[in-house]
Write a protein that binds this ligand. Structure first.
Ligand code: ATP
Length: 235
């Protein structure tokens, strides 16, 4: 479904991605783990077109997307939930969700998707007329994921969904990510500093250090890999 081929991304002179290769098949949940500053967010932003790679290719469903703009990439079925959520604080929950469907014209299906989302996260139903900025951190994360789902993505990019949230909320969000993947075969590419949590959810994982992929394997193998256990699982 998605291939990154020797992708190199820069911020001015800063060489953030140094020729990375990642392959994701439809229906998979893939985790990308690594320390602060390893290049995880840059990887997601390179896929979603927020920052363009200087070298290499990104191929999605047989189409090169690394030269396309973010709105076109969304319309092709890739949605990103950014680190820190970035919901619209002054818009209501419902308006935030409607913004996620901005590029769609199928009104009936949008209504169905709203019902699906309110079923996934019942708390958002209660909060539907409340300003997004007044929600708790966990509720904002649920809203950010839901807003991305309103674009009906085939590939969902999640950047640190557990960041700053209480363990019980994280558990709920991760269970819902699993449900989203199971129900519509939505492919999930998950960036997390919480390696343990991410690898328990994912089928496979990639480990990133200093802008390079240094390991890739099944989640089970990564969870029992000595280097991963020492560096990322604190065992
Ligand atoms: P974190 O887990 O802390 O979010 P990360 O693995 O997602 O880290 P990135 O945010 O992708 O890492 O950063 C990769 C490198 O690029 C880092 O060295 C970072 O300082 C640098 N970088 C990121 N954004 C910018 C920017 N806007 N301008 C300049 N350098 C940047």
């Amino acid at each position: 479904m998605l291939s990154l081929v020797n992708v190199e991304t820069y911020y001015g002179n800063i060489h953030a991605l140094k020729g990375i290769n990642i392959n994701i098949s439809e229906g998979e949940i893939i985790a990308l783990i690594g320390a602060n500053g390893a290049g995880k967010s840059t990887t997601l932003m390179s896929i979603s077109g927020i920052i363009s790679p200087r070298q290499g290719k990104i191929i999605y469903m047989d189409r090169e997307i690394h030269t396309l703009s973010p709105d076109v990439i969304v319309s092709l079925g890739i949605s990103q939930v950014p680190e820190g959520r970035h919901i619209f604080p002054d818009l209501t929950v419902l308006e935030n969700l409607q913004m996620g469907a901005f590029l769609r014209i199928d009104k009936k299906e949008i209504k169905k998707d709203l019902e699906y989302i309110f079923d996934l996260f019942p708390i958002l139903t209660q909060r539907r007329n409340q300003a997004g900025g007044t929600l708790s951190g966990g509720e904002q994360q649920m809203l950010a994921i839901s807003r991305a789902l309103m674009a009906r993505p085939r590939l969902l990019l999640l950047d640190e969904p557990s960041l700053g949230l209480a363990p019980i909320v994280v558990k709920q969000i991760f269970e819902t990510i699993r449900k989203i993947n199971a129900k519509h075969k939505t492919t999930v590419f998950l960036v997390e500093q919480n390696a343990n949590l991410a690898l328990r959810l994912a089928d496979r994982g990639y480990v990133m250090e200093n802008g390079e992929i240094v390991l890739e394997d099944s989640s089970g193998n990564l969870l029992s890999n000595d280097k991963v256990r020492k560096a990322y699982l604190g065992i």
